[in-house]
Design a protein around this ligand. Structure first.
Ligand code: HMG
Ligand code: MG
Length: 307
């Protein structure tokens, strides 16, 4: 199959990345990160989550983040909402797009959102209904699409079933989360083929954590099946607080490098993105984790020495 000509990247760093930091990141830093991502040309930036601050204190400033970001035309700032309470708070904070997040693993669903898969879907239904009434777009996540930290490999049919249910509730897109990065091109392809029997590929996104360094390979495998939306996290920030050992998402700069190499348009300026990865990593007291950021920095340093 021909690869897509363009890809939309959803930078989930401000949410998936920063939710996993040991210290709570200052609101100023979050707001600046979101602005820098928009400056680099990212058109969908997952800004925060409206979850319980007892469960995820790192996102406890959700309303403040939403109040302080300067919204650019053409840029979407979705937020996570696990239930109606979260949705109502997100709506009051001015969210125009939300995401419900379910799982294909019962154990992960319990650990992450304290209910079974079936119960979670019943909690999402009023969210999608309220969102529809308010003209708010809803994205759906399915976690553990390749493997679960508690149950091991997950059946592709289970992923397909949850994805189809979320679509039937009105989600415009399903983001397929390889939460612990246990995917590889073989099992991700099998999973996508099962899901695509029930949900059109135009409505699917890949959300691959890079725990074992397979995220780029998984994106390439997904592109070959026609997937054209990928979640990524600037600087490779992140993980999931309820999936021990899960590391960050595919680094956005690694994904843009891959897509640039394949001649696929993203609208993102790689240099500005690398600057953002360097900036947020420094703000968190470390070097950028991604290979591309490090390579670009090394090249810049060499060019600086030569001049
Ligand atoms: P619960 O304890 O079952 O909820 O938590 P509850 O309805 O029984 O309420 C308990 C308390 O929480 C009450 O407060 C509620 O008001 C409050 P209390 O009376 O004790 O003071 N509460 C809330 N507060 C703020 N916002 C809300 C909210 N809802 C209830 N929305 C709940 C259920 C879902 C709330 C909880 O389990 C939770 O917040 N979990 C956090 C999950 C999370 O954020 N996980 C990380 C994101 S998912 C992820 O990273 C995966 C992803 O990236 C894809 C992938 O990689 O696979 C998306
Ligand atoms: Mg994730």
């Amino acid at each position: 199959m021909q690869l897509p000509q363009s890809v939309r990247i959803v930078d989930v760093g401000p949410r998936d990345g920063l939710q996993n930091e040991k210290q709570v990141v200052p609101t100023d830093t979050k707001v600046e990160l979101i602005a820098r991502l928009a400056d680099a040309g990212v058109t969908t930036i997952e800004a925060t989550s409206f979850v319980s601050p007892k469960w995820v204190p790192q996102m406890g400033d959700n309303a403040e983040v939403m109040a302080r970001i300067v919204r650019r035309p053409g840029v979407a700032y979705p937020v996570l909402t696990p239930n109606l309470k979260g949705f109502e708070a997100a709506l009051a904070a001015g969210a125009q797009e939300v995401a419900v997040f379910g799982a294909a693993s019962e154990s992960f669903s319990q650990k992450n959102i304290n209910c079974s898969i079936a119960e979670s879907l019943e909690r999402f239904r009023p969210v999608t209904e309220a969102a529809q009434a308010a003209g708010v777009k809803v994205r759906g996540y399915v976690s553990c699409v390749a493997g679960c930290p508690y149950e091991g490999p997950i059946a592709p049919e289970k992923v397909a079933e949850v994805a189809e249910t979320l679509i039937s509730m009105g989600c415009y897109e399903i983001s397929l989360g390889d939460t612990i990065g246990s995917g590889n091109p073989a099992n991700i392809t099998r999973m996508l083929e099962a899901v695509m029997k029930r949900v059109p590929v135009e409505r699917l996104a890949g959300h691959y954590h890079d725990t074992y360094g397979m995220a780029a390979a998984n994106i390439y495998a997904s592109l070959q099946l026609g997937v054209a939306v990928f979640d990524a996290s600037v600087g490779g920030l992140g993980g999931c607080p309820y999936a021990a050992g899960a590391s960050g998402n595919a680094a956005t700069e690694d994904v843009v490098w891959l897509l640039n190499g394949l001649g696929i348009e993203t609208g993102i300026d790689l240099d500005r993105l690398v600057d953002t990865a360097v900036w947020i990593s420094a703000a968190l007291g470390r070097e950028p984790a991604s290979r591309v950021a490090r390579a670009v920095l090394a090249k810049r340093a060499k060019a600086g020495c030569a001049s």
